[in-house]
Design a protein around this ligand. Structure first.
Ligand SMILES: [Zn+2]
Length: 123
């Protein structure tokens, strides 16, 4: 695990949580049944009931929520802050700006070159 201070960890944790709630809210706002509680585990059912909404957008949001969940899990297991590709540090600034980041900036660039459609789905 990357070497963060307690305070940095607390900041990352709250950035992560805030982003997660934001995404959940955005998705809920886009749903027809806006009063239903949204759960990522229902994501696949959700896609089937979505008609008028932008499915690509929802997909991106759901993917980001999943990444946030992974980050949260890593945080609990004290494996947080390490790049999944090279094992190097992702970096505090990057994590605050993008709490779902799983890769350091260099590996992310390589990843996006390798899978350009994954981060930019076009339907
Ligand atoms: Zn890396």
């Amino acid at each position: 695990m990357a070497n963060f201070t307690e305070e940095q960890l607390a900041q990352i944790k709250s950035a992560l949580h805030r982003r997660y709630l934001e995404l959940r809210e955005e998705i809920r706002n886009e749903l027809v049944h806006s009063d239903e509680t949204f759960d990522v585990s229902q994501a696949d059912d959700l896609r089937n009931i979505l008609t008028d909404v932008d499915a690509a957008l929802i997909d991106r949001q759901i993917n980001e929520m999943r990444e946030l969940e992974i980050s949260e899990k890593h945080l609990m297991q004290l494996e947080f802050g390490d790049c999944v590709e090279c094992g190097g540090e992702i970096g505090f600034e990057r994590l605050i700006a993008n709490p779902s980041a799983q890769r350091c900036a260099a590996c992310q660039q390589k990843y996006e070159k390798r899978y350009p459609h994954e981060s930019n789905p076009s339907l």
